[in-house]
Write a new protein. Structure first.
Ligand code: HSE
Length: 297
């Protein structure tokens, strides 16, 4: 038997919530097909576009399935094929989508023995392969949907948040930023003054989501620790952000570790105006790009 799953793109961090906040998008989505095989093992179909590794322990979907199989114990086999629509290295949770999609599909094929939290735990092994560290801020929203807070990863403590309707405009400049590089350049120490600002913003953002307070959401979308360092890797970043806010966006910033940039808007026409800003900035810079106007999934 086989199953097809749609694994959505995700925006990690949500500006101030480095490694602890993330949200799922309606677009783009990877389409994954997973089949139970007679022969035990993991069989990853080669993709012709990105040439991702097919050895299970080097492949993010494979590494996640290996973690699942270790707890399942009975011999079982999966064949995985992925129609990758979320570009690797985009900052839109491409590796998380493959990792999460694989274990969600496998769990379904086995009769759903595992909880969502188990699945996040398995899929974090895929993130370890992709970026060298386990983080769940793409995987949790990919599996739970909506906006999630990862209060802790050891032990896992995932909190689903509610939020008012919001449009998300995303631009993906076609340059590749590796998450491992984007983590390497971060300073290991934080000034107390900066930390105070940051946790004020995280608390404000979460409260804004829960109370449907768009102004509070907008005021809290500020990152004084990570963004000043990482935005240097993204040409056009300051322009996109400033002009998007002038166009009426609530706010936004780097999506995950970049290079994609996302902006939140209350109204669809504003989100489309923000898209025009993004198109203008990258056309002028002569950098190829892709945009999405979508909603939280
Ligand atoms: N929180 C992670 C980071 C997400 O910003 O490095 C990577 O997608």
């Amino acid at each position: 038997s086989s199953v097809q799953v749609l694994a959505p793109a995700t925006v990690a961090n949500l500006v101030c919530g480095f490694d602890v906040l993330g949200m799922a998008l309606q677009q783009p989505q990877d389409v994954m097909t997973v089949r139970l095989t007679e022969k035990p093992g993991i069989f990853i179909q080669k993709d012709d576009v990105y040439n991702l590794p097919v050895e299970p322990e080097k492949n993010v979907a494979g590494a996640s399935l290996l973690a699942l199989m270790e707890e399942w114990k009975a011999p079982v086999g999966f064949e995985v094929s992925i129609d990758k629509r979320i570009k690797p290295g985009s900052g839109l949770g491409s590796s998380a989508a493959s990792s999460a999609g694989a274990v969600v599909a496998a769990n379904h094929l086995l009769g759903s023995p595992f909880t969502k939290e188990d699945l996040v735990r398995f899929a974090m092994n895929g993130e370890k392969v992709a970026s060298g560290v386990k983080h769940a801020d793409n995987i949790a929203p990919c599996i739970y949907g909506g906006i999630t807070l990862i209060r802790s990863i050891f032990p896992l403590d995932i909190v689903q948040l509610t939020a008012p309707p919001m449009y998300v405009t995303v631009v993906h400049p076609q340059i590749e930023v590796r998450t491992s590089d984007a983590r390497q350049i971060l300073r290991k120490e934080v000034q107390l003054k900066a930390a105070i600002k940051q946790w004020g913003n995280i608390a404000g953002l979460v409260t804004g989501f829960l109370k449907n307070d768009y102004d509070l959401i907008g005021r809290s979308l500020e990152d004084v620790i990570i963004e000043p360092v990482r935005s240097i890797l993204i040409p056009g970043f300051d322009d996109v952000k400033k002009r998007s806010k002038d166009a009426g966006a609530l706010g936004g910033g780097i999506s995950g570790s970049g290079p994609s940039i996302f902006m939140l808007s209350k109204e669809e026409y504003v989100a489309k105006g923000v898209e025009d800003v993004m198109i203008d900035v990258y056309t002028r810079l002569g950098i190829e790009f892709k945009t999405y106007v979508t909603m939280i999934n």
